[in-house]
Write a protein that binds this ligand. Sequence first.
Ligand SMILES: [Zn+2]
Length: 225
Amino acid sequence: MNKSYTKEETIDDFNIKYKKHIFSKSIKVTLKNDSSILVTMPVFCPYKTAKDFLLKNFEKIQNFNFNKNFLTPNLKTKFDTLKIVKSNNLKIQTLKNIVYFYYPENKDFNSKEIQENLKEAYKKALKIEAKNYLPQRLNYLAKKYNFSFNKIAIKNQKTRFGSCSFQNNINLNIKLMEYDFEIIDYVLIHELVHTKIKNHSQNFWLEVEKYCPNYKELRKKLKQK
Ligand SMILES: [Zn+2]
């Protein structure tokens, strides 16, 4: 392998390294543990071809990355509900609405055991925060802008951040707690406007814009993560 055959660039916060390899017969994309992307390619393959291939598969890689991302001991939630503490053994304990994650110092933090347990502790902490924050914030915004809804439920949904039923029951996703307050407000306003307008017509968006003037930008950010 020759260093002069490499090229680097950044796409969407991903550090991409292209490497031409004498033994390489096709373009191969590998996601590294540090979240950088390695693209190996045959020597005679133009960089442009490799980049096109990468971009075509980028969404798949990003999704994969989301699941594969390693959590670190610095992991934080909005209201510090998760405490990560060095200890003799691995343990998750919830005390007075704080989730404590104890981990053995001598073990590799990226090991499957630590990562899976930490993910579980993290989800517990997000859920506690969602249940504390989202209902009171929804009530606050409803009062402020004169909306009324029936019931609110906090769920761990896979695909949607929020929904509003025909009975004006509002469902919100605990994953919202991973986003900025501004973005959370946009989702809450979106669902509150659905209590009056059930579709996504032009009128709907005009109403959203009244309470959330930069909703387009926030919507984009919500989709990106
Ligand atoms: Zn909607």
